[in-house]
Design a protein around this ligand. Structure first.
Ligand SMILES: Cc1cc2nc3c(=O)[nH]c(=O)nc-3n(C[C@H](O)[C@H](O)[C@H](O)COP(=O)(O)OP(=O)(O)OC[C@H]3O[C@@H](n4cnc5c(N)ncnc54)[C@H](O)[C@@H]3O)c2cc1C
Length: 443
């Protein structure tokens, strides 16, 4: 047993764990990242927003690992579109590039599987299983970033309709890059292929893994083939391909956890909020969750007296995002009307509720409240403007604090030039903040 001490241990090196470790290391913490690499090929797609988030985090190796851009061809409710473009991502390559970014940021890497953790009064002890044996490490803060596989410890706050993603790698001729998504009676399928001809065809259904393998008495492979038989669009995508691996399955329903943050513990990425893969935005959500987590953990380490404030900030953000993603997904599922009697489509038509995904901005009057915000990298309390469509409150627009601007505007007839001088903000930005306030009928 080899013992060392770290300020922060991050368990799991997907985008959430790596980005959190990188950000905290850059703030000067001694960070250890326990990583157990993905063993099998998986290909995903990321948007331009995700690449921008990686650039913002200075994850240059990860940016370079993104493959070519392809159009996503969608057939939904019989209508064809190909408006969105995505970058093809070889996930093992991308995750390895994130580890290079972590090394460059000064993070200590330990390859292995964390098999046990134990909390004492002021530190965690972690047992890590490696090829050559076991080792133990100690850290003051524990970041749970093991993705959907993270133990729930009874902390699931909300679960979307059950979903099973069955996927199989395929081999296509080189230069067949493409991305396709289409619906069928039992769910939907997604196919993505990179320039080298590595492809994955994934089929999403309403089942639970146990139902598929036990109740029906079929192997995963037989069930996948059976679904493919009834899914002509998907058969077409792989007509020139040959199987390049086993069929794998994993639960893929939306999940929100309740035990999100404590004084020396935080869940991030899919371990906190796992989105519906239909969004195609899971990696983006993990990176933006990591950016928030960095500020929350920094606050908890430097200003432990702000625990309530920081925890409230983190919980509200994740819960609000969960509700929004669920409702956006519901609106999209509602647009598919071919199989109203099928379980998959029935379950998704009105979950989580019938609230609008994007509330009308003026449906409730805007109000001012004191809320937690990120100020100079830490969570602090500030007056914000809360509106129907921005329920977490807006503190600044283009760096201009809204409530101080509103107070200036109300106290006297003041020109934007004078307001800019008093707030020490550029005039153009003050004009934009003023326009924002007007839009919400606050001036
Ligand atoms: C079928 C499917 C398709 C998807 N397609 C897309 C897509 O095209 N685009 C997109 O943006 N998102 C997609 N997503 C979502 C995306 O994959 C996730 O949201 C994202 O990977 C979550 O990042 P994470 O870091 O939280 O977790 P993960 O990426 O899952 O990383 C967790 C890491 O923890 C490691 N780990 C687990 N247990 C241990 C342990 N005991 N010790 C050490 N390490 C451990 C794992 O090996 C893994 O490396 C898809 C999801 C699914 C289910």
């Amino acid at each position: 047993m080899n013992e060392a001490s770290y300020d922060i241990a991050v368990i799991g090196a997907g985008p959430a764990g790596s980005a959190t470790a990188i950000g905290l290391s850059r703030l000067g913490y001694r960070v250890v990242l326990i990583h157990q690499p993905r063993r099998r090929l998986s290909i995903e797609g990321i948007s331009h927003h995700t690449l921008s988030a990686l650039q913002q985090l200075h994850c240059h190796h990860a940016v370079d690992a993104a493959g070519e851009q392809v159009a996503r061809h969608i057939v939904w409710n019989g209508e064809e579109t190909s408006r969105n473009r995505e970058f093809v991502l070889n996930r093992p390559r991308f995750d390895a590039a994130l580890l290079e970014d972590a090394i460059a940021a000064g993070v200590t890497l330990i390859a292995g599987k964390m098999v046990k953790n134990h909390r004492d009064s002021d530190h965690w002890t972690l047992k890590i299983e490696q090829e050559g044996g076991r080792q133990a490490q100690r850290a003051r803060f524990f970041v749970e970033a093991r993705g959907r596989g993270a133990p729930a410890h009874g902390s699931r706050a909300s679960l979307g309709p059950a979903a099973l993603a069955m996927s199989r790698p395929w081999r296509l001729p080189p230069n067949s890059s493409a991305s396709h998504l289409a619906t069928f009676a039992q769910g939907w399928g997604w196919y993505i292929c990179d320039a080298e001809g590595n492809a994955v065809l994934q089929i999403m259904t309403a089942a639970k893994l146990k139902d598929e393998t036990q109740t029906q008495g079929l192997s995963l492979q037989q069930r996948y083939d059976q679904l493919l038989n009834g899914f002509s669009a998907a058969r077409n995508w792989i007509r020139q391909g040959t199987p390049a691996g086993e069929v794998r399955a994993c639960g893929a329903g939306m999940t929100l956890h309740s035990d999100l943050v404590q004084e020396n513990y935080l869940r991030v990425g899919d371990a906190a909020l796992a989105p519906d893969p239909l969004s195609g935005h899971g990696i983006f959500e993990s990176l933006s969750g990591a950016m928030t987590a960095i500020a929350v953990i920094h606050t908890l380490r430097q200003k432990p007296e702000r625990l309530q404030l920081a925890a409230d900030f983190y919980r509200r953000r994740i819960e609000q995002r969960y509700g929004q993603l669920a409702r956006v997904g519901r609106d999209f599922y509602q647009q598919e009307t071919h199989w109203p009697q099928q379980r998959f489509w029935q379950q998704r038509r009105d979950w989580p509720d019938l609230e609008p995904a994007h509330p009308e901005p003026l449906s409730k009057p805007a109000r001012i409240e004191t809320r937690p915000v990120i100020l100079e990298g830490m969570i602090d309390s500030q007056p914000v403007v809360v509106t129907a469509d921005q329920p977490l409150g807006v503190w600044q627009v283009n760096g201009v604090p809204l409530v101080p601007l509103l107070e200036l505007l109300k106290s006297k007839k003041i020109t934007p030039e004078t307001a800019a001088q008093q707030l020490q903000c550029p005039l153009q930005e003050v004009k934009q903040a003023y326009a924002w306030l007007r839009q919400y009928r606050l001036t």
